[in-house]
Each structure stands twice: as C-alpha cells, then as structure tokens.
Design a protein around this ligand. Sequence first.
Ligand SMILES: Nc1ncnc2c1ncn2[C@@H]1O[C@H](COP(=O)(O)OP(=O)(O)OP(=O)(O)O)[C@@H](O)[C@H]1O
Ligand SMILES: [Mg+2]
Length: 465
Amino acid sequence: EGKAPSESLKNLMGQCRARIAAPATEVAAQRVALQRTDGSAFFGHVITTAIDIDGHPGVIGFIQDVTDQVLMEKEREQISAQAQQAQKMEAIGTLAGGIAHDFNNLLMGIQGNISLIMLNKAPGHRDVPHLKNIEKAVVRGSELTRQVLGFARGGKYEVRATDCNHLIERVVALFGRSRKEMTIRKTLQTPLWSVEADQGQLEQIMLNLLVNAWEAMPGGGEIVLETTNVTVEENTPGRPPDATLGRYVCITVTDTGIGMDAQTQARIFEPFFTTKKTGSATGLGLSSVFGIVQNHHGFLTVRSGKGRGTTFRVFLPAAAPAPARGAAAPVSTNGRERPATLLLVEDEEMVAAIAEQMLTRLGHKVFLAGSGGEAVAIYREQREKIDLIILDMIMPGMSGAETFEQLKTIAPEVKVLLSSGYSLNGQAAGILNRGCRGFIQKPFTIDQLSQKIREILFSPAAPPA
Ligand SMILES: Nc1ncnc2c1ncn2[C@@H]1O[C@H](COP(=O)(O)OP(=O)(O)OP(=O)(O)O)[C@@H](O)[C@H]1O
Ligand SMILES: [Mg+2]
C-alpha cells in the first residue's frame, strides 16, 4: 500500500519467487495496491500458498479486487476522526463558555463599581487616571471573554442584514489607523449580496484575520482584502461535505507574510494553539473565527506555504434578498434621563447589586427579582408601574427565554431589555426575534446602560407599546 502500483507488483512477484525457493505450507494474505492492465489502480486482496506441481515447487495465488471496501474504510476512519475532533471542541467550548460567563459577571462587578466611583469624582481628581486604567483592564478582560465565547459556540446576539463591504471599510479604518507601515488593498465586489450576521462578531473575525496577517509580515508587506458573490456547488474547493449549496459571500484575506507549513496549518483552529512568543498571544484568534463562522452556518478555507504568504477565505451564506431595513433610529442625546420604573431580573447577587445602584443613580426606581419565577410574580402584581424589564438571559431554573415567554402572556407588549455576557446556542437571537426590545452585553458601563434604556423607552421611533 502507498507505493506506486508497479513497484508493489514487483514486490509481490519477488515474494512469490521467495516462496517457491523456500516453500512453506501456510497461506499468506495481504492487501496490495495494484494496477489493472488498462493502467487504472486498484486495491487487491492477495492470497498465495505454496503448492507442489508434479514435484515442482509452485505458488498459487488469488487476487480479489477490494477497492470499494478499502475506500469505505478510509472514509469511515476520516469521519470518526472528525467526530472525535468535534467532540473535543465541544467539550472545550462548554468548559470555556461556563468560565467566561462567570468571569464576565466578575468584570461586570468591577466595571459597575468603577462607574459609580467615577460619578463621585471631579474630572481632574488624582484617582481618575487609576480608575481609567482599571476600566481599560476590564475592557481587555471582556475582549478575552469575547474571543473565548466565539469558539464556545457563543451564538449570535444581534443578527442583521449586513453589507460586508461596509463592514470591511469600517474595520480597515479602525485597524489601519494605528499601523501606517502596511498597505491594505481592497477589491470589493458591488453590489455584494447581504448576509444575516452579527456585526460585532463579523468585526471580530476581520480583526483577528487582519492582526494575524500583520503579525506574519514583520518586515511590512501587503494585505489584500477581497469580497465576491459566490455560488457554492458540490465541487467548490474547500467546501465541507455538510455545507449547504447555494449563494455565499466570500471574504478573502491574503498576506505576503511568512506563511505556514502543513504541520502548523493542521492545528491553527485549535484553541490556545500559537506559535507566537509574545506574552499577549493567546492562540484564541482563529479558534474564535472558526466558531463564529460555524455559528453563521458558513465555512472557511486556508491556503498557505512556508514563506509563500497566506490566504484565508471566509464563506458566509447570503441572505435571501429582502427590502433593506431602516437603520436604528438615532437616540436623542439631550442628556438627562427621564425617570422610569424598572424591574431588574438577575440571579447573580453582585451584578444585581451593582446594576441596581447604577439604575438608581440614573434616577430610576427599581424592583429586584432574583429569578425568573420571582420576576413573573412581581410583574403580575406591578405591571401598571413597570416601564421596562432588564432580564438576564442565563439563570438557573427558569431561563431568560422562558421568563420572557411568561411575561408576554401577562402583557404581550412588555418591554424587555435582554442582558447577558453571552448567549447559548443563539438564544439571544431567538428571544430578540420574538419581540425583545434590545440587548446589552455585560460588562456594561453606566453610560451604555443609560443609552440602551433611552433607546427603548424614549426613542421617538420605538415601536408603539
Ligand atoms: N496570516 C498568517 N500567516 C502565518 N501564520 C498564521 C497566520 N494566521 C495564523 N497563523 C498561525 O496560526 C496560529 C494561530 O493563530 P491565532 O490567531 O489563533 O493565534 P495567535 O495569533 O497566535 O494569538 P492571538 O490571536 O490570540 O493573539 C498563529 O500563532 C500562527 O502560527
Ligand atoms: Mg491571532
């Protein structure tokens, strides 16, 4: 096996001759790659046994064509290896998701307390720079949890029809500003089909790919970004067997950097795999890209060679053509909050305490519920008074989704702001589609909270309740 057919035929003949020279009675069987007389290759199951032909030593052999069987075995092995890999990723994802969830709540506690302290300090106070530094650390921490949640199958938060060309322009502006020594060339197809995507997560994909490309070109170089409309067919290169056929948007990121050998390429999507020596490299970049692309029912391919640069292609399913949706109504920025009454549903005590204080500082009246059941009970009693419910999505017992359903049975027009560090299996997207008014990601600052509340309660374009 594995040798050129003619070579293995020579071997086989040699073995037969050896058997004639030193006959033994046992039967020998082996599987050999062979060639038919028409030149085509096949796998043969060869059985030989030494015989005596009228006093002369001889060999009798049978060759059975087992090509189909061999191919099937190979395929089965490959599928089982893939299944194992998928299982491993899933286990790591579950673990990482759980940690990231708790970690995010801790960050929320830190962020919230800083927000409150800052409110009490004059801008020039000598503690302010330190507080700002803590805030920066919180932002880095939450970037980290976002990466982890990307590959932890974090689900999509806010799925919207998205023009990838706009998104790329935005990300490049952000990315290129701090890295002048590098050129970025864009070939963007217009009109580009739109994709149903979580913009924050798509930005994350693009940033991760751009940062990797940049890091692969320490001596400078060129990054080429390309977008194309692609119809994926059975034989499209790199298409995983389970990918749906049809219309996709393909985003290509090519660099002229150091490239990768095959060994590295085989591992790049593993969480925590990195070849970088710098302390800030976590090896989470591409695993989060991978998870996010999967979440969006897309796939990605990579082409690279040592010293030959690298090309990543991200395929995202195109959205069914639909009339463009209007942009979100701008929020009036004329400062002051109008006081409202809110029901805060949060099982994590520290987060509940800090969020309550933030809301109080914003001038709102707050009811607190520590579980979905409690929230439903309070809302049943106080629904006339409550303007908005801030609902944590992941709670033990009754989940955010179930709680939301029950609240809707009490009052179909109930206004709910979903809050979470992440969503399991795209839960948030599901709830948002079922009429939830907005989503705020933990850890949030007091300004972000205030902004979201205003968007829902006081924005002129808000759907009538
Ligand atoms: N464009 C590229 N060119 C060459 N090698 C790459 C490229 N992109 C990724 N790699 C290889 O894949 C590895 C994994 O990439 P990944 O983005 O997951 O982690 P990282 O960049 O090492 O760390 P982090 O993204 O957390 O800073 C890299 O360490 C590098 O070896
Ligand atoms: Mg990276």
